[in-house]
Write a protein that binds this ligand. Structure first.
Ligand code: PHE
Length: 461
């Protein structure tokens, strides 16, 4: 049984508005910004990608971010119970979102564990000359990529550390755990990462890298896949339609300037993302310069390979390699960890509310179950393969479906949108007009449905 009154009276709250904003930025800025965005942009039209990207941000990203905020803040509950408060049977939407969080958390943790190992390896540049063999054979010990069941001893230890750290933060809770960590680490992350980017753009060859990233391929705009990539990137990057922002805003005080905070978060997230694109491609330009090749001849410009094969090669070439390596992988760890916290607190607070558990019990169950699955999956089989499939499913299909269901439900079935709009306007300085309802009720769902259908057709074929 859901406990309809759970958490209303003694609900945990952020101690200050900046705590909420930094935690929301901490959730948004993550692996998606550093290792997903640059490659996606490069493959999806380069400079021309800015068009679908901005469209996705303005027509779906920010409006749905506001919807998440409104639901959490108005109904003062984490996703399952919040939807239940709108309509009893809608609780399932919240559990669907919670399920996505759980799935993403399991593999997200593995990438953070890899980054932790590489942070340590930076000090003696242990990856050597052949960074690909090092990553796949020595580190991950992927034997046969098809049926690898080798025990990946290297990954198990950092993975255990990641999960113990998550357990600790979940036990400390919203104000003493999540807020404190983000207040300290997010400013550090921005400063450290800015340093990296400045270093990268001053390397020889950087300009060629930036050219490669930004030269627009306008024909990409007629490719539906490019649009899908832009929307998925925005959802993943802003952490929206996953129930997380519902949770975070449910911990806000009653009087809180919600929409303005949302604009700050969205702006910070996109800036970080574009900064990461500039940094990553400057560094790739430098690598191409060193190897006297063209950027387009480089391989491994996305995903795990970019961060763990291509980047180590770049770092080894740089003066002061160990320092920059540690800063890069340290940034990945911090950015990833603050996002992982949000993924898991979404799960644990849902359990806490639903079953009336204490915070510590919910934390132990959440971190315990996801940790065991994550460690089991990623330290005994070829995590790299699982990762790609799961990422495809959860991010392209899962979250887009979630966004469609959520917007159609609130606007058309529950007819709750105007109430939510007035709720946000009553507490915020940035006012939402009826355009907001048009975006989340019509433009968003129509666009998203076309994309989803297209995606499913392409998977079936
Ligand atoms: N937004 C995070 C990133 O960019 C990932 C994330 C997705 C975090 C969903 C929480 C929920 O890496």
């Amino acid at each position: 049984m859901a406990n309809p009154d759970a958490g209303t009276a003694n609900r945990e709250t952020w101690t200050r508005n900046s705590g909420f904003i930094l935690a929301a930025i901490g959730s948004a800025v993550g692996l998606g910004n550093i290792w997903r965005f640059p490659g996606v942009a490069y493959e999806s039209g380069g400079g021309a990608f800015i068009v679908p990207y901005l469209c996705a941000l303005l027509t779906a990203g920010i409006p749905i971010l506001f919807l998440d905020y409104a639901i959490g803040h108005r109904y003062r509950a984490v996703a399952p119970l919040a939807f239940r408060r709108i309509r009893r049977h809608a609780e399932a939407i919240g559990w669907f979102q919670t399920g996505l969080l759980f799935v993403i958390g399991v593999y997200y943790a593995a990438v953070i564990a890899w980054a932790m190992s590489y942070f340590v390896y930076s000090f003696d540049l242990r990856w050597g000359e052949d960074t690909q063999t090092f990553f796949l054979s020595d580190y991950l010990q992927v034997g046969d990529p098809e049926i690898s069941t080798t025990v990946v001893g290297n990954v198990a230890l950092p993975l255990v550390i990641v999960w113990l750290a998550i357990l600790a933060v979940l036990c400390l809770g919203v104000a003493r755990g999540v807020e404190k960590i983000n207040m300290v680490f997010i400013p550090l992350l921005f400063v450290g990462f800015a340093g990296l980017v400045v270093r990268a753009v001053t390397l020889p060859g950087a300009a060629d890298g930036l050219n490669a990233l930004f030269s627009p391929d306008w024909s990409a705009l007629s490719d539906l896949d490019v649009w899908i990539a832009a929307y998925s990137q925005i959802f993943f990057s802003l952490s929206i339609a996953f129930g997380i922002m519902i949770a975070y805003s449910s911990f806000q005080r009653r009087k809180a300037n919600m929409t303005s905070s949302g604009l700050v978060v969205a702006f910070a997230n996109s800036s970080f993302e574009i900064l990461a694109g500039i940094g990553v491609f400057s560094a790739l330009g430098f690598l191409a310069y060193q190897q006297q090749s063209a950027i387009s001849d480089l391989e491994g410009l996305t995903g795990p390979i970019l961060s763990f094969v291509t980047f180590p090669a770049v770092i080894s070439e740089m003066p002061g390699a160990s320092f920059w390596g540690a800063l890069f992988f340290g940034s990945l760890v911090v950015a990833g960890f603050t996002s992982l916290i949000s993924l898991l607190i979404g799960v644990s607070s849902s359990l806490q509310e639903k079953f009336g558990l204490s915070r510590v019990v919910a934390a132990v169950i959440t971190a315990g179950v996801s940790g065991v699955i994550s460690i089991g999956l990623f330290s005994t089989t070829s995590g790299l393969i699982a990762l790609d499939t799961v990422d495809q499913f959860a991010n392209n299909i899962g979250v887009v479906s979630s966004a469609i269901i959520m917007t159609v439900f609130t606007v058309w079935l529950a007819r709750d949108a105007d109430l939510l709009r007035r709720h946000l306007n009553a507490v915020s300085t940035f006012q939402l007009g009826r355009w907001w309802i048009a975006l989340i009720g019509v433009v968003g769902p129509v666009f998203l449905t076309v994309m989803l259908v297209q995606k499913i057709i392409s998977i079936i074929n």
